[in-house]
Write a protein that binds this ligand. Structure first.
Ligand code: HEC
Ligand code: HEC
Length: 408
């Protein structure tokens, strides 16, 4: 039954997510058709704004410069971090994520209880959800303000500066037209809402058109290698990947998002490429700062980052929050080598000692996740062989959208 209804369910989830924030307006006397028309128009405006470099201090950087549709809304280049700011020379310290499949990211909470009907609802899954690597934005509109105002991204100093640029670029009338619908007199609010609505266009941002979706819908078979990869991905004694990157549809047929949105410390190696723009003693500690400001006094949260979706992961050129890994094979190998062969993961200091977990200060290293495939093993053999890693990579390649029977 799940199979037959699978694609229908995928589309339904998409449509509902888009209409939900506006459904309340329908109750206020606007017809459904009118609400739908306004949402479509707002989305079209968001599309223009998303691709418009005139909203940046440099005049050269749009959202799309870093989030390229042809690359699942991640960068086209292979840089660990993108360049931005007024002269396009500034850099942050985080890899640019894909913007696809963010529609179901729950609001950030420190105590997440799973409401999936097969899950045990009494289990506290700990900090979960929110947008960006550290979950510090709860809506796409709130999130859009971050790059517009970040000195190393679009580089505006104030919201007023963003609005002034939008007016200069000819958007005033179009933005004002949505003030009644959005019940606001702030053009900055309209602008960020438009960007949000565009990013909720399911046909573009969550189409569920991967080979794996076709497989779940019963339309195509996986190759023997992909099938093996899926098995290893799900097997708790092998990859155990699916314990965080959920791979099976929900009880009601909801398509898997390949994440449980949990915040986890993996201790990815420090990316020395970023060293020139930050001091040797500064660390990106994710949930406890410094980008995120509200959980500074929570040492148990230092080093935690949000589990990303693995949909379209094979189109990425850099992996993890700091972009340390450059190939999917190496990114997967990290999981099985970290605790069995740390010398193959971390650099050595001048005395030849392996600098284990070198991007997380010692006092926070208890936060590091040790679930399989991590952890030391009796025989010290990695949980996955090279061939098995290749199979998982082959499986991950089935998660790329745009699959047709003749090829991905
Ligand atoms: C200079 C490159 C750059 C530009 C320009 C940029 N972004 Fe991003 N984007 C990033 C990076 C880096 C992150 C991760 C930020 C973090 O974790 O703190 C990100 C994160 C996001 C996220 C959160 C994704 C997730 O997985 O939670 C969204 C949504 C997003 N950007 C939308 C936008 C929008 C909308 C714009 C234009 C207003 C934009 N971005 C402009 C680099 C960029
Ligand atoms: C305990 C939860 C957990 C398990 C188990 C897990 N992951 Fe992850 N995964 C994460 C988190 C958290 C991140 C982001 C961490 C960061 O950037 O610091 C991540 C990131 C990734 C990335 C990088 C994605 C990107 O967009 O940069 C890949 C690839 C990946 N995981 C694949 C796997 C595979 C394959 C397995 C099984 C061998 C696996 N993961 C097991 C939690 C988990």
């Amino acid at each position: 039954m799940i199979r037959q209804s699978y694609m229908r369910k995928a589309l339904l989830v998409g449509g509902l997510m888009l209409m939900f924030p506006f459904s309340v307006r329908a109750e206020e006397g606007l017809t459904r058709a009118e609400v739908f028309r306004q949402v479509e128009a707002l989305s079209a405006l968001g599309d223009s704004l998303f691709h418009d470099p005139s909203l940046s201090a440099s005049g050269k950087l749009s959202c799309a410069s870093c989030h390229d549709e042809a690359h699942a809304f991640a960068p086209a280049n292979g840089l660990a971090v993108q360049k931005g700011g007024a002269t396009l020379q500034a850099t942050g310290h985080r890899a640019t994520p894909s913007l696809k499949y963010l529609q179901a990211v729950p609001q950030f909470t420190e105590h997440f209880f799973d409401s999936e009907d097969e899950a045990d609802e009494s289990i506290d899954n700990g900090p979960t959800g929110g947008l960006t690597w550290d979950g510090r934005a709860n809506t796409l509109a709130e999130q859009a303000a971050i790059p517009l105002l970040a000195p190393f991204e679009m580089g505006n100093k104030t919201q007023a500066e963003v609005v002034a640029k939008a007016i200069k670029a000819g958007y005033e009338q179009k933005l004002r037209a949505f003030e009644p619908f959005l019940k606001t007199t702030s053009l900055f609010v309209v602008l960020t809402k438009a960007l949000e609505t565009y990013q909720q266009s399911w046909k573009i941002f969550y189409p569920y058109t991967s080979k794996y979706d076709a497989y779940l819908a019963g339309k195509v078979a996986l190759s023997p290698e992909e099938q093996l990869g899926l098995k290893l991905f799900e097997d708790p004694a092998k990859g155990n990947c699916a314990s965080c990157h959920i791979s099976q549809p929900g009880h009601d047929g909801t398509p898997p998002q390949f994440t449980d949105y949990g915040m986890i410390a993996l201790a990815v190696p420090r990316n020395m490429e970023l060293e020139e723009t930050r001091s040797v003693s500064s660390y990106d500690l994710g949930l406890c700062g410094p980008d995120r400001q509200d959980l500074h006094d929570r040492p148990e949260y230092c080093g935690l980052f949000r589990t990303p979706t693995l949909r379209n992961v094979a189109t990425r050129k850099v992996f993890f929050h700091n972009g340390f890994y450059k190939t999917l094979h190496d990114a997967v190998a990290f999981y099985v080598l970290r605790d069995t062969h740390p010398d193959r993961v971390y650099p050595k200091d001048t005395h030849g000692t392996v600098m284990r977990y070198n991007d997380l200060p010692t006092q926070y290293q208890d936060n590091i996740n040790k679930d399989p495939p991590f952890g030391e093993r009796v025989d010290n053999n990695p949980a996955l062989s090279e061939k098995e890693i290749d199979a998982i990579v082959a499986f991950l390649q089935t998660l790329t959208d745009g699959y047709t029977q003749s090829g991905p």
